[in-house]
Design a protein around this ligand. Structure first.
Ligand code: MN
Length: 287
């Protein structure tokens, strides 16, 4: 199922190029008057999706379809307890970062060439049609990183890689927008609007193999990043396991899986189109 959050934080099921509002089918409180960032209904849905899947499917079958072109899609996540992100997870990207760091820092930080994870602020999340806003005070290059993003369903600690996929609720597209400056990753990647997410959550049962997805990003129509997730150094199950040995994963948490090769600078006026096979596409304008 493709689960969208749209308009006034309504829950929708996407079918073809239309969306059906299934908010009223949720068996839990959904308070339109509450601050959406505080909403727990989404995280509960991530955890308990299997219990309500048929309810939602029936509601989607009998509900009224509205063309996607007539709604505003929001980021298909609400109030994640954390955004974890992988670094140095494609060999060709690690190779290109030697040159990028020489250009932007004047030297190479060898510790940054090893696979690891870091945190991005959840306040950096924006939706699939929202703009990326370059901070005025930034004098360094700001880069696009187009990534497969994991959404956690059932949370846990010390999850074995062998069963890790059963903890994944689904997948979506994310951009990990990054300042190439000599500061901590969490600071360089957490500016407001630096985590566009979309276009909707595709549940894991519709993704037969997360190690066979095509990621593609164009900037003003020119292909900049194009990779298959089979090239991930640390694949999805081992990422989930690795993170869960460090910090407890909760329902609705997000994990960016790492930048493909082809990262590069963005400037005001640029239009980024990002797609992942089976997960849809999204478009950001930089300003
Ligand atoms: Mn990244």
């Amino acid at each position: 199922m493709k689960l969208a959050i749209f308009n006034g934080f309504r829950l929708g099921v996407v079918i073809g190029d239309a969306v059906v509002d299934v908010t009223e089918a949720l068996p839990w409180d959904w308070d339109v008057d509450s601050e959406p960032e505080l909403a727990s209904w989404w995280r509960r849905l991530c955890r308990d999706y299997d219990d309500v899947r048929e309810l939602l499917r029936k509601a989607a079958d009998r509900g009224r379809s509205v063309p996607l072109a007539e709604v505003t899609l929001r980021a298909p996540v609400l109030n994640p307890s954390k955004i974890v992100a992988c670094a140095s997870n494609y060999a060709e990207h690690v190779a290109e970062m030697h040159e990028v760091q020489q250009r932007t820092l004047g030297h190479v930080e060898s510790w940054m060439m090893e696979f690891d994870v870091f945190l991005k602020a959840p306040s950096s999340i924006v939706g699939p049609g929202d703009d990326i806003v370059l901070p005025k005070e930034i004098r360094h290059e700001v880069h696009h990183e187009s990534e497969l993003v994991i959404v956690i369903g059932r949370g846990g600690t010390d999850i074995p890689a062998e069963t890790a996929l059963s903890y994944v609720r689904g997948y979506l597209i994310g951009l990990d927008i990054t300042v190439r400056s000599p500061h901590d990753r969490s600071r360089r990647k957490s500016h407001d609007t630096f985590s566009p997410l979309g276009p909707w959550l595709t549940t894991a049962d519709e993704v037969p193999d997360p190690a066979d997805l095509e990621i593609r990003l164009t900037n003003n129509g020119t292909v900049k990043q194009s990779v298959n997730t089979r090239d991930l150094i640390t694949p999805v199950p081992r990422i989930v396991s690795y993170v869960s040995r460090m910090m407890t994963l909760y329902a609705g948490d997000l994990i960016f899986t790492g930048a493909p090769p082809g990262v590069g600078p963005i400037a005001a006026g640029d239009v980024l189109d990002t797609s992942i096979s089976g997960l849809g596409h999204m478009r950001q304008t930089v300003r």
